[in-house]
Design a protein around this ligand. Sequence first.
Ligand code: ADP
Ligand code: DP6
Length: 325
Amino acid sequence: MKATARAHTNIALIKYWGKRDEEKILPTNNSLSLTLDGFYTTTTVTFNEDATEDTFVLDEQVVSGEAYERVSRYLDIIRRYAGKENIFADVYSINAVPTAAGFASSASGFAALAAAATRALGLDITDQELSMLTRQGSGSACRSIYGGFAEWEKGKKLDGSDSYAVPIVPANYWDVRVAAVVLSAEKKDISSRAGMKRTVDTSVFYQGWLNHIPDDLTEIKAGIMDRDFEKVGQIAEANCLKMHATTLGANPPFTYWHDTTMAVMQTVQTMRATGIPVFFTIDAGPNVKVLYLPEHEAIVEKTLQEAPGVSDVILSRAGNGISYI
Ligand code: ADP
Ligand code: DP6
């Protein structure tokens, strides 16, 4: 009744930003991501017949409060699915990714948890079923089941059974790289969950965001298949800016950006003006991820390291999907 799984984070190039059902975690729009080999979570789940409650240890610290409740509620979903409702688990997890700082620890965290828990309970499920189950822990996590590029299909059904990610191309299809520019590894003020809810509920720009998703998706998928870096980068950068624009139209308005976030965005645009193809994207946090090609790695790393407020630059390749250890 024990299993260990590893999952990598993913960076969305077309963002998931908004839910149509908050409890089941059903999104308002399809999203598309690249799985990263540089950031990951390794989780061991041990179901114990004698235990009277779940335990959760993250990075050698016993976790209580909201993060514990989230894991335990998620295990309830897995237990119900498995038809084994009265057995508790010890969850032991290590994040090789900053937690709650906009580096998608929730994505690698819940993907690893879902994979380890289902395997520990002896469930024999497809990747699609695993993605559907993972989605219910954290939406973006459902894309981390696969390596390379993956798309989360929002689905139409009320029960969420058609809302899961599907693979587009594996990690070895195209050597696109991502530099994660660390400006702040502190816990952010507004979680992605709270930020997207406020935006859906109040942003005057939200409908505009939704209107452009189908075109962005069609174009970016064609760009990925053609390995057309300019096209993929341009669409990803513009999609990120549209998502962040919705937060400014919310009530009360907010932004995840710091002054240093904008400085890095400008650094990227300046590099581009000098002929180096680089593009940025930003999740629900201040840190910036920069897309580049292998032949420009040295100059991209050096230029980003010298940008104002940058404390670290972590380089990553396309990563693989779930693995069991
Ligand atoms: P991030 O940008 O890191 O994804 P979020 O605020 O969206 O930030 O999610 C962070 C939350 O995800 C944490 O507070 C915790 O509840 C959960 N989380 C992070 N890592 C793990 C993990 N390894 N296992 C289970 N839950 C995790
Ligand atoms: C901006 O997946 O963290 O990173 O489903 O509420 O857990 P929940 O939200 P989460 O949101 C991620 C938002 C994003 C965009 C993306 O990854 O697609």
